[in-house]
Design a protein around this ligand. Structure first.
Ligand code: ATP
Length: 498
């Protein structure tokens, strides 16, 4: 108010005096000094809540997150570890009594979409703290010093928000901490170093008797990239792994995200949790959402198992596209997919769930496999089976056309990764090796040997079942979808007639 009067009244007075013939130079000079001081002073005091000082609203600040630990499916171990650490914030009297150093930073790490942000929000709810969040990439600007200033603003804003709302604590969440916290190796930009140094300074400045208390939670997918200064005791010294969910956790996450959706009787969340092996929480949320969208598009009152099956395909491979393949291309794709499917049925009986000739994402067709239980260990034999399934497409093309096409590129990538995995795990004739000390030639030789052997085995298997491909081909070209059951019946019928 006073400021407005100052800036409104004084200039008017100066204009009046000036036009009345007074020498206003000394007054003008005085006014300018006071005005500049006022502006600087008000800027220092007032980073506006929710804003960095440069005026861009990058932070996400809330008094209450309304996310509870119960809203996070699975992750029981991570949740318990986090709660235990947070009790330091809640029961600070006890902590003080035992003279325990305050907990300043918790690092959550794990693959994308596993619920790290949710955990941080639940932590704020659990400790009744205000929640201020920013992402590592938001601190990075080309101007030196801006990132460091933003870190200062972030801490100031968290304290300010907690004070204004009578809260005893504030949680600052920094996602993608690796962007500013990567190892300093001398080649690094000075700007990154300054930002990281400022973060360390702010964290070092946190004291046990600070009110409000500040706790920093950071998240990353790449803990291995972080500078050791960040991980030192007294900084981010609690590390909690947030992993991809196992089968039970996937079911819980699906339950959470379908709670308010109308599910038909044929939807079996247990079965869906098996079929979504390897999915993150974010992907499972997406499956539930996409299934509901399919039901809405078809104007169906309930979300059915078919909608979920489509949603899983979409999350795995992308939306169905209108890419129109030529008739000849379609035939080649059908042969390719049937090649995968026959090998799959032969090496893992009952494993094909569907062969489809529908363009989805980058693929023109695909085979959906019945899920097996979650596996964490693989033998050489089981990896070789996976390799043969992946090779089946290209080999089938060779048998029918005499040559392969570019459609096998992804299959070959997968094959080479699997072979590399075998070599690194000591499952090949190279024995237990450190691949850094094995010559490239030796690795190439071993890879080619494994490939040749499995290509021959796959070729023999497909030659033997060429008639199945011929029969299934007509069906697939006409219907575009062949179910696992129909496919198995075809194989059985042809084998009987031989
Ligand atoms: P990123 O590493 O990509 O930042 P993140 O690990 O922080 O990901 P979140 O942002 O917490 O993942 O999760 C994204 C969304 O996925 C959540 O909003 C939620 O809908 C869903 N989700 C992820 N994990 C879970 C879970 N365990 N329980 C329920 N929902 C989950």
């Amino acid at each position: 108010m006073v400021k407005h009067l100052f800036f409104g009244f004084i200039p008017a007075l100066l204009i009046f005096l000036g036009s009345s013939g007074y020498n206003i130079s000394p007054l003008l000079f005085l006014f300018l000094i006071v005005a500049i001081g006022t502006i600087l002073f008000s800027d220092k005091k007032g980073s506006i809540p929710g804003l960095f000082r440069d005026g861009k609203n990058r932070t996400h600040a809330v008094v209450k997150t309304n996310i509870k630990f119960e809203d996070i499916g699975g992750q029981e171990r991570a949740k318990n570890e986090l709660k235990e650490a947070l009790d330091f914030l809640i029961y600070h009297d006890k902590i003080e009594k035992y003279g325990i150093r305050p907990l300043k930073g918790i690092l959550l790490f794990g693959p994308p979409g596993t619920g790290k942000t949710l955990m941080a929000k639940a932590a704020a709810d659990y400790t009744d703290s205000v929640f201020v969040a920013a992402s590592g990439s938001e601190f990075v600007e080309m101007y030196v010093g801006v990132g460091a200033q933003r870190i200062r603003d972030l801490f100031a804003e968290a304290k300010e928000l907690a004070k204004r709302n009578n809260k005893n604590s504030a949680i600052i969440f920094i996602d993608e901490i690796d962007v500013i916290g990567a190892k300093r190796d001398g080649n690094h930009l000075r700007e990154y170093d300054q930002t990281l140094n400022q973060l360390l300074t702010e964290m070092d400045g946190i004291k046990e008797d600070d009110r409000p208390k500040i706790l920093v939670i950071a998240a990353t997918n790449r803990k291995d990239l972080l500078d050791s200064a960040l991980l030192r005791p007294g900084r981010f010294d609690r590390h909690i792994t947030v992993d991809l969910p196992d089968k039970h956790a996937r079911k819980k996450i699906l339950e959470i995200h379908t709670k308010s959706k109308p599910l038909a009787n044929d939807v079996d969340l247990n079965q869906l949790s098996i079929e979504t092996y390897g999915f993150s929480g974010a992907q499972l949320e997406s499956v539930a959402n996409e299934a509901a969208i399919y039901a809405l598009r078809e104007n169906e009152p309930m979300i059915t198992a078919k909608h979920f099956a489509n949603a899983i395909d979409k999350v795995l491979m992308g939306e169905q596209t209108d890419r129109k393949a030529t008739k000849e291309e379609k035939r080649r794709v059908a042969i390719h997919e049937l090649g995968h499917a026959i090998v799959a049925e032969k090496v893992k009986p009952g494993s094909v769930s569907q062969v489809a000739l529908k363009p989805r994402g980058q693929a023109l067709g695909y085979v959906r496999h019945n899920p097996s239980d979650d596996h964490y260990l693989y033998t050489r034999e089981s990896i070789e089976k996976q390799i043969m399934i992946a090779l089946g497409g290209a080999v089938a093309e060779e048998i029918f056309y005499g040559e392969r096409s570019t459609g096998s590129k992804n299959d070959f990538d997968q094959v080479l990764n699997l072979i590399q995995h075998m070599i690194e795990a000591g499952l090949t004739s190279l024995g237990i090796v450190n691949t850094n000390y094995v010559s490239k030639d030796k690795i190439v030789e071993e890879t080619n040997e494994i490939l040749d052997l499995l290509l021959t085995k796959t070729k023999e298997l497909l030659q033997e079942h060429k008639t199945v491909i011929e029969e299934a081909l007509d069906f697939l070209e006409k219907e575009e979808v062949l179910s696992g059951e129909e496919f198995r019946q075809m194989i059985a019928k042809i084998s009987k007639n031989k």
